[in-house]
Design a protein around this ligand. Structure first.
Ligand code: NCD
Length: 343
């Protein structure tokens, strides 16, 4: 695809070779993402970061990625603080904000709303999550993490076994990741969810039609026992009609250190898009796993920076100019960020 001037709305718009372009660009961004170098390639440009649903990491990481390219960020958070609460349409908001900024990121609780927003402007729009729909940048950073953690090249993903656990019905990250992995060859998917929260049939069909093996099960212990990656997700309580309905599934699956040691093959990589629900009664990915080097969740969040930097540079047409303004970063950066970081 031609990235310059494009919206990034769904994994459906990418071909296999587009993923190579994004990952190659992301690798170029690593020294800037890791605060070893500074670039000013987007000096003077502004990002409109529009988040109409709760977010910590996506909003901050889109903003930080833009900062690291030398640009400025304007945020708006929550309906109650925006004119949408006064009845302004998606179309009007899109045209108005488009007049102020050079690229926009939007998260919205309604599936398809980000597309509607993008259709009203020639300013590039990036989907930061649309209801239970998609979260394409999360899938890209997830695959970037899988590739790095397994030390496999993108063309060596054949027979990679990926288990996804939890709320596969409403979790947009697993929808986008399934679509993205389906672009490759011979992936073995294991979808582990309660019957009612299984992966949407259309995505299962798509994966099967492209020649991938798909197993669907409710049994987590069996499902995680022979895979390379276990990708755990949170129950998307906010997408259920009643709290009671959601409550039936809270704590349905708990993956903790004892279960990991009993059932997982040594070296199985643990991922989660985060936030993990650490409240009593949930704990789908227990904190007693924090010391394990296989727990990749924070390397995963770190990888959001180079991926989002790459997407901004590509849609704004500066990917080949990033190094022109490069210089060393002079400030103190610790070797490891988290107290349990092993790499
Ligand atoms: C996810 C999301 O918002 O879809 N978070 C994220 O962006 N990393 C996952 C979630 O909320 O469960």
């Amino acid at each position: 695809m031609e990235f310059r001037g494009s919206h990034i709305l769904s994994i459906d718009q990418f071909s296999r070779s587009d993923i190579d372009v994004i990952f190659r660009t992301a690798r170029e961004m690593e020294p800037y993402a890791r605060r070893q170098k500074i670039t000013r390639v987007l000096e003077g440009a502004t990002l409109g970061n529009l988040f109409f649903e709760p977010s910590t990491r996506s909003r901050i990481s889109f903003g930080a990625a833009f900062d690291r390219l030398g640009g400025a960020v304007r945020d708006t958070v929550g309906f109650q603080f925006s004119s949408m609460s006064k009845g302004e349409s998606v179309y009007d908001t899109s045209r108005v904000v488009g007049g102020y900024v050079d690229v926009m990121v939007m998260r919205h609780p309604v599936e398809g709303a980000v597309r509607e927003f993008a259709e009203a402007t020639h300013i590039p729009v990036i989907n930061g999550g649309d209801g239970p729909g998609e979260h394409p940048t999360q899938a890209l950073l997830d695959l970037y993490t899988i590739r790095k953690e397994l030390g496999r090249d993108l063309n060596q993903l054949d027979r990679t076994r990926v288990a996804m656990v939890g709320d596969l019905r409403y979790g947009r990250t697993v929808h986008s990741l399934t679509k993205l992995l389906s672009l490759f060859e011979n992936i073995d998917f294991v979808f582990i969810a309660p019957q009612e929260l299984q992966m949407p049939e259309a995505l299962v069909e798509q994966a099967r039609n492209r020649g991938h093996a798909v197993v669907q099960t409710t049994d987590m212990h069996e499902g995680i026992s022979d895979v390379d990656v276990v990708y755990v997700t949170r129950l998307q309580q906010e997408r259920f009609t009643t709290e009671e309905e959601a409550g039936k599934f809270l704590g349905y699956y708990v993956l903790n250190n004892a279960i990991y040691e009993k059932y997982c093959k040594p070296g199985t990589i643990l991922m989660h898009p985060l936030p993990r629900d650490s409240r009593h009664g949930a704990r789908e990915l227990d904190e007693d796993l924090n010391h394990r080097p296989e727990l990749a969740i924070f390397r995963q969040t770190d990888n959001g920076i180079p991926i989002r930097m790459a997407l901004f540079a590509l849609v704004l047409g500066v990917a080949d100019r990033v190094h022109e303004t490069a210089r060393d970063a002079p400030w103190y950066v610790p070797e490891k960020i988290g107290v349990h970081d092993t790499k």
